[in-house]
Design a protein around this ligand. Structure first.
Ligand SMILES: [Cu+2]
Length: 224
């Protein structure tokens, strides 16, 4: 009886040690690539694996992301942006969407202007206004030779630190796109996501790649 008991304790002890080691490997200890970590832990992008690690939020936490990647040509994106622009009113650098479905075309720093910026519906870092309770479809592409870009809607306001994605909480489930590869010729990589507008207020769309939001890759999104 006593012998059985100690065998049981040893077995449980070994199981716990294996679990801890397994968790360390999964969480990518010693691996500094932040997006590689996420890929490895959470290939489907729908879970919450980092949600309770030290209370960190942002890209590690509340984001279920849609990572089904697409490719576009610059011409396709331009046509789509022109089509989308017909359903909006533009006032200076503010683009206002009307109706329950807002389709937004966001291109990461395409050629023609130096620096880190968003081109949204043909404008540079515009303020986007969408109606409360609308459904947002975001078409994203990276048009920036040599740079990875992603997309995130966050509650965090500027100024942004270099590692903005560590603290910038995702504003609505699914409002996050993992960084994609730079263009290869006229093939631009990107993704399309759909998410619900968060509750009325001011939000910010940023690039989650380290340093990019800090260098100006952000704009306002107002739900009104
Ligand atoms: Cu970027």
């Amino acid at each position: 009886m006593r012998r059985k008991h100690s065998i049981l304790i040893v077995a449980i002890g070994s199981a716990i040690i294996l679990l801890v080691l397994g968790a360390m490997v999964l969480l990518g200890f010693g691996n500094s690539g932040w997006f590689l970590n996420r890929d490895r832990v959470n290939p489907s992008g729908t879970g919450n694996s980092f949600g309770d690690m030290g209370g960190r939020q942002g890209m590690m936490g509340s984001g279920s992301s849609n990572n089904s990647s697409q490719t576009f040509t610059p011409q396709e994106l331009q046509q789509l942006a022109q089509k989308v622009a017909k359903g909006t009113t533009v006032n200076g650098n503010t683009v206002r969407y009307i109706g329950p479905h807002a389709e937004i075309v966001a291109v990461g720093a395409p050629p023609g202007r130096p620096g880190m910026f968003w081109q949204v519906d043909g404008k540079v870092n515009p303020t986007i206004i969408v109606p409360a309770k609308s459904q947002i479809t975001l078409v994203f592409a990276d048009g920036d030779p040599g740079q990875h870009h992603g997309w995130e809607l966050t509650t965090a306001a500027p100024p942004y630190p270099r590692m903005a994605m560590m603290t910038a909480a995702v504003a609505s489930p699914g409002a996050f796109i993992m960084p994609v590869a730079p263009p290869s010729g006229s093939t631009w990589h990107g993704a399309t996501i759909t998410f619900a507008a968060p509750s009325p207020g001011t939000y910010y769309y940023i690039c989650p790649v380290p340093g990019h939001a800090q260098q100006g890759m952000w704009g306002r999104l107002i739900v009104s």
